[in-house]
Design a protein around this ligand. Structure first.
Ligand code: PEP
Ligand code: MG
Length: 840
């Protein structure tokens, strides 16, 4: 039949149907038609046509109807460009009226016919005439008397008889579906899934295979994989005498494949089942995707009504992509593009089962992914005691400080009231793969009283069990079921494919041997940032550290540092050995010294005891070391220049460890990095001392070694003066945490308080500590890269702020020309995949 209207297109193998003009469903149906599958006759209406309908210009309905047999029943389904964007629900059985009812009563019996008619009346009343659905509450069942009552109720409420003309019914259905797309809820829902504001809706009108009748009739849904695991498994249900997706919700639906648990389609209708399996396999191969198939059996004959991409968990997505590539159906590159990098972090940690009920106590920032359950503890000591008893615990603090690190290691998860995405708890949590929610400010934290109050007022005490879902940023009551982390062969294969594609390096930020091992397990290409200060919080070291801080004269200081030297040397030797010759970039001491001093009375007393000084003396000294703004005070290279003995000790430890680790393994070329630089003279001064220590160690040990010296660019001035700085540095690593803090004048530790309000009101598109601000911080970064590279073309450039694990930020860094990014060990796989996708 010739169709004169170009926007109303009969779906044939050659019809001009495309996803951007008619939507994904229309395009998919055309593909199925091309495969010669038994697809009922289908007409596609374009986005323009549907938009016209919403605005009052209806295409010629007779033209549409002319494409179908006169007595056909029709259904209409939405066809948005991306099926995930949703759309109005399908309308079935259009064309049902008194005459068709009489006709069908003879063919399939009055009960079956009444059922189709009544279901159509109910759907039409609710979605098209918009009548109150309660109207039909008393009319359960499908007997012909019920049908009459339904018609009467419709007429009563709508003040007109139920429309009998198929043309009127179809026109009204099209109009209501076209208008539903413009509704606020539908718009917000699809925009949340990434649809553009002007996303279009197409509609497909399809002849119905009834699924209700005398011989075997029914409908069902089938897919060839398990959506949770991604393993091959015929999954779905079939229900005799049903339509649409009823089989998925009705308990009497049967299995598809022969199954010990009950009846199956394979036994009921073996030929149809066989054909269905064949069609499904063909669809997988030719549509190059795992599809969920909607099918109907009508008088023994099989029809394929629709196919949609199988919904899948993160681990299923990975497995499906690998299997499709291994089967030669898609290329490896396509497989890589099909997995969302962030979804990988779900595989690396245990997660709350998505099917589990969630009893939510509060919400905060999802600072470190994964989920863990444990008993509440309110102090680092209690966490360690709990770990010693072998009991999992959740460390609950207002915020964490370096003193909590051992408690964090002992805990299964961390929850804080304050802090943002780069707060102490968040950075450490991500570094060690500990689920962490920070900034849960709507919950009440009474740490001293030992009470945690949920957003809804329920109170929890030490020992009560809660669960931290660091993936979603939620705090849950009790112990919901979990799904285990998964790092099988598929994961390895997939990541190897990613590495073959990417063109920037990926290193890990790793402070401890455990971090370094994780980094190696995830195939990081070295350590891009080792924050040495974390090494000083072990109990035995903290005391020596404090002695060093309290020393009055350089000699006393040197003697304390002399005790720290072998400990640091052992730390570095171990790191070098674990990394087996891969580059290790060690950042010299960065934080303000007073972070190492006690803040409470008991701590001051302990310190006074170990230093053999009166408490009042110690208190006075601690107070004197206080700074108004420590993050902009005496830290980083400023400390390195004013108290040079600390850096001297650290570089000596690095060089001695280099000799030690190179003795029995690959030669080590350590990278030494100076933090918080803002002027090239700082680098010159520190460099001179480092070179002198290197020369001394070489002479003492009669051994040669190489080392690389670099600068951490994390102040705006360092970016602007990158050319002068590059003259003294073999590498520059951009510390985008501090750079963001200083560019915005935004405290890393306090921004959590107003960040969500700022994002909510659109001041910031996203938390700039999480997503690199390409306009401001990014401009400084790119200036730094450009000036540094120009001054010294062979310089190595990298970033090591938290942004290094964020796919969008990685894209920006690659674009401006950094050589590698360095991120928390558990984000290394995410970064590897994101980098591969950028290169494809
Ligand atoms: C940074 O500032 O970006 C950085 C990596 O260092 P830190 O987070 O230790 O200040
Ligand atoms: Mg920094």
């Amino acid at each position: 039949m010739h169709n004169p209207d170009p926007d109303v297109t009969l779906v044939t193998p050659t019809a001009p149907v495309s996803a951007p003009t008619h939507g994904g469903r229309a395009k998919c149906l055309q593909r199925l038609v091309r495969l010669d599958l038994p697809v009922p006759r289908t007409v596609a209406l374009s986005f323009d046509t549907v938009q016209g309908i919403a605005q009052g210009s209806m295409p010629d309905i007779e033209t549409i109807l002319a494409e179908f047999p006169e007595d056909a029943l029709l259904c209409v389904r939405p066809s948005s460009e991306d099926p995930d964007w949703g759309g109005p629900g399908a309308m079935l059985n259009i064309g049902m009226n008194d005459a068709r009812f009489a006709d069908l009563s003879e063919k399939i019996g009055p009960v079956g016919a009444a059922r189709l008619y009544k279901r159509f009346i109910l759907a039409y009343a609710a979605h098209v005439a918009r009548l109150d659905p309660d109207l039909f509450d008393d009319l359960e069942g499908y007997g012909p008397d019920r049908l009459e009552q339904a018609l009467a109720a419709y007429e009563d409420e709508a003040e007109e008889a139920f429309p009998q003309s198929t043309a009127v019914q179809l026109a009204e259905v099209l109009r209501s579906m076209a208008r539903a797309w413009g509704g606020t809820t539908a718009r917000l829902l699809r925009e949340a899934k990434g649809a553009p504001v002007d996303a279009g809706l197409g509609l497909v009108v399809q002849e119905m295979a009834l699924g209700v009748g005398q011989a075997e009739c029914g409908s069902g849904v089938l897919q060839l994989v398990n959506s949770d695991t991604g393993l091959p498994q015929i999954t779905g249900r079939y229900l005799s005498q049903s339509q649409g997706r009823e089989a998925l919700s009705e308990p009497e639906a049967i299995y598809l494949e022969r199954d010990a648990r009950g009846a199956s389609l394979e036994e009921l209708a073996p030929e149809a089942f066989d054909a269905l399996k064949r069609h499904a396999a063909l669809m997988r191969e030719k549509l190059r995707e795992e599809m969920q198939i909607e099918f109907t059996i009508d008088n023994g004959a099989l029809y394929i009504l629709d196919g949609v991409r199988v919904r899948r968990s993160a681990r299923a997505a990975l497995r499906i992509a690998v299997r499709l590539a291994n089967d030669g159906i898609i290329t490896r590159q396509e497989a890589l593009m099909r997995v969302e990098p962030r979804a990988l972090s779900e595989l690396l940690h245990r997660q709350v089962d998505i099917a589990a009920a969630r009893d939510r106590l509060g919400r905060g920032i999802n600072a470190s992914p994964g989920a863990a359950t444990g008993k509440i503890v309110f102090s680092a000591n209690a966490a360690q005691a709990s770990a010693a008893r072998g009991e999992a615990c959740v460390l609950v603090r207002r915020e964490t400080s370096p003193e909590d690190i051992r408690g964090m290691h002992a805990a299964s998860a961390v929850l804080t009231e304050r802090g943002g995405i780069t707060s102490h708890a968040a950075v450490i949590g991500r570094g060690i793969g500990l689920p962490c929610v920070v900034g849960a400010a709507r919950m009440r934290f009474q740490i001293r009283r030992g009470v945690l109050t949920a957003e809804d007022g329920r109170t929890f005490r030490e020992g009560d069990v809660i669960t931290i879902d660091g993936t979603n940023g939620e705090v849950l009551a009790g112990a919901p079921p979990m799904v285990e982390a998964e790092l099988g062969e598929n994961f390895k294969t997939f990541m190897a494919w990613a590495d073959a594609e990417r063109d920037i390096g990926i290193r890990a930020n790793a402070d401890t041997p455990a971090d370094a091992k994780t980094a190696r397990n995830f195939d990081a290409q070295g350590i891009g940032l080792c924050r040495t200060e974390h090494m000083f919080f072990e109990a035995d070291r903290l005391t020596v550290m404090r002695e060093m801080i309290f020393a009055d004269a350089p000699d006393d200081r040197r003697s304390a540092l002399q005790q720290l030297l072998p400990m640091q040397r052992d730390d570095f030797t171990e790191l070098f050995r674990i990394m087996q010759g891969q580059p290790v970039c060690i950042r010299l001491f960065d934080p303000p010294l007073h972070e190492f001093l006690p803040s409470d009375r008991a701590g001051l007393r302990d310190l006074a005891e170990s230093l053999d000084l009166p408490v009042s003396d110690v208190t006075r000294r601690v107070e004197a070391m206080g700074e108004y703004n420590p993050m902009l005070g005496m830290r980083g290279v400023r400390l390195g220049i004013t108290v040079p003995e600390i850096y001297d000790m650290q570089v000596r430890a690095i060089f001695e460890a280099t000799i030690e680790a190179s003795r029995d393994g690959d030669p080590v070329v350590p990278e030494v990095m100076i933090p918080l630089v803002s002027a090239s003279r700082e680098v010159e001064l520190v460099r001179k001392r480092i070179d002198a220590v290197a020369a001394a160690v070489k002479a003492e040990r009669q051994t040669e070694f190489d080392y690389r010296l670099g600068v951490m660019v994390e102040t705006p001035r360092a970016c602007l003066r990158a050319a002068d700085i590059a003259a003294h540095a073999q590498f520059l690593s951009f510390g985008t945490n501090d750079l963001t803090q200083m560019t915005y004048g935004l405290s890393r530790d306090d921004a959590g308080r107003f960040m969500s309000e700022y994002v909510h009101q659109g001041v910031f598109l996203e938390d700039p500590f999480h997503l690199l601000d390409t306009e401001g911080v990014g401009e400084l970064l790119s200036l730094g890269v450009e000036r540094g590279r120009k001054a010294r073309p062979d310089i190595t450039l990298s970033i090591c702020g938290e942004h290094g694990g964020n796919p969008e930020s990685i894209a920006y860094c690659r674009q401006v020309g950094v050589d590698y990014v360095s991120c928390s060990p558990f984000r290394v796989p995410v970064a590897r995949l994101a980098a591969a996708q950028l290169a494809i």
